[in-house]
Design a binder for this molecule. Sequence first.
Ligand SMILES: NC(=O)c1ccc[n+]([C@@H]2O[C@H](COP(=O)([O-])OP(=O)(O)OC[C@H]3O[C@@H](n4cnc5c(N)ncnc54)[C@H](O)[C@@H]3O)[C@@H](O)[C@H]2O)c1
Length: 265
Amino acid sequence: MAQLQGQVAVVTGAGHPRGIGYAIAASLARQGADVAITDLPSSADLFESAKSIENLGVGSLALPCDVTDSAQVQETMARVVERFGRIDVLVNNAGVGVGSADFLELTDNDWELSLGVNLRGVVNGCRSVIPTMQAQGGGRIINIASLAGLGAIEAIPACYTASKFAVIGLTKQLASNYARDKILCNAVCPGSIVTQMHEQTLELIAEQEGISLEQAQQREDAHIPMGYSAQPAQVADAVSYLAGPSASYITGITLPVAGGMSPGL
Ligand SMILES: NC(=O)c1ccc[n+]([C@@H]2O[C@H](COP(=O)([O-])OP(=O)(O)OC[C@H]3O[C@@H](n4cnc5c(N)ncnc54)[C@H](O)[C@@H]3O)[C@@H](O)[C@H]2O)c1
């Protein structure tokens, strides 16, 4: 079922082969879309990952791009249009999880990085594709927020929670502003997904609580009604649904992909 045949997608922060971004890019490619992937210029895997996407039988492009730099993001989207002629789907996936769960220990740098990547990075992506989507007569924007954007969880740094709440606000505002342009804008809110970032979070919890990584994972599993942390492909399935024809009348939603886990406070 190549439901996205003839369409062009861009996924940010998709260089790492075990990350959610790469899984999303692969899922969109399996639906037939040409997929441009971006990641930090320092990403070691970006070009290899684009090759793996191409091996799925679609066009792909690897574009080093720091999402906090609005000029780089504009240039990146322009290169996608130059190569593929359009942009139908933008997935703002790039994100960072930094800082301590102790609010008073968070540094200016933690706040700048969290808001710079997790919020301003999404703003930069949206700003640079909306005119193209308007000219085309529509498009889909899918922002990867977090369950931490729907409620506060004690072990999560405040800078991360605040940045993900902000992304959800932005998503709803853009959904409202651009509905008549047929630009649908939704947020996906992953719970606990097995990636590099997840490993870092577990390490932080293990260190703070003086427990092993395995014990930290067991504690986390105990809070997940389905009893386990998901694979990136399970988030990618939800994104592909929101990008596809079955979601043609859905905009402004926040979709938890969290095995039944509730957001916190
Ligand atoms: N893993 C989880 O449990 C989980 C849960 C909820 C939400 N999320 C969100 O999912 C998204 C993907 O996370 P992941 O778990 O795959 O983590 P990850 O660290 O594997 O992937 C994040 C990617 O973003 C890239 N990135 C970071 N800063 C960037 C910048 N300035 N410009 C461009 N790219 C940049 C990184 O290089 C990396 O490839 C993030 O937005 C994250 O907040 C993850």
